[in-house]
Design a protein around this ligand. Sequence first.
Ligand code: ATR
Length: 273
Amino acid sequence: TSVYGIIGYPVKHSKSPIFQTKAFEYLGINAVYIPFEVKPENLESAIKGLKALSVKGVNVTIPHKEEVIKYINEISQEAKIIKAVNTLKIIDGYIIGYNTDAYGFITGLKEVEPDLSGKTALVLGAGGASRAVIYSLITEGVKIYIANRTKAKVEQIIDDFKTLTKYITDFIQYIEFYRIEEILKEVDIIINTTSVGLKDEDPELFDYSRIEKKHIVVDIIYKETKLLKKAKEIGCKYQDGLPMLIYQGAKSFEIWTGKKAPIEIMKNSISMY
Ligand code: ATR
């Protein structure tokens, strides 16, 4: 039996064990996928433990995605630029880190908008999750406005993403929240990556009544946030975080097994919950 899993803190709410286990079962692969709760101070010893126990691969979630980079042997190109790793493949104690969140996000987005090139996106937030989203949008030729409370984080993204294109400042522009209304006409896709929608009484990050039917609205949180409710009301095409979750997991599965992930099986396994 091969052992896979997810390390995070907290980790008990993760849906990955459900759909990864289904995928292994469906393809008849002899493997288990276990949630490992790892406190930040135990990350290094946990990674050593994974090697000692011949675990073949893990997903890495909050709060370890950045920190784990210290303990791996090799990092993929996209994870290096994003500065976050969500997938480890372990071969005889040698660890390769990947970021499949970028692929997961863009693959989900293509379900609602297959033709992304030349489009303009408004990204709310510039934290860890936002970086994978922005990376994937740039690689598809999408122009991006980023709104964030802390401007320095947007400047850091521009600086880190320079290696992607010489013309990075043509792709990314900072925008203050209070100026969003001025640019909404040019925007095709609105994406919330902030943690604001997690709370039950989430505040509006800008005046959501200004959203138009032509906007595609995405929130990477797995629930119907105030932003998504408004988008639905207005009649926009919209998406929550579940497609991103499934597709990042599918990509991890493929990295580990070399087999095509059974997407529909994985999706169905969590829509029942
Ligand atoms: P994650 O890994 O989920 O992206 P994070 O790196 O802590 O988590 O990022 C959280 C994001 O939500 C940041 O963009 C943060 O804004 P700052 O960079 O200014 O901190 C944003 N955020 C959190 N609470 C917010 C609030 N009340 N209003 C606006 N933005 C908020």
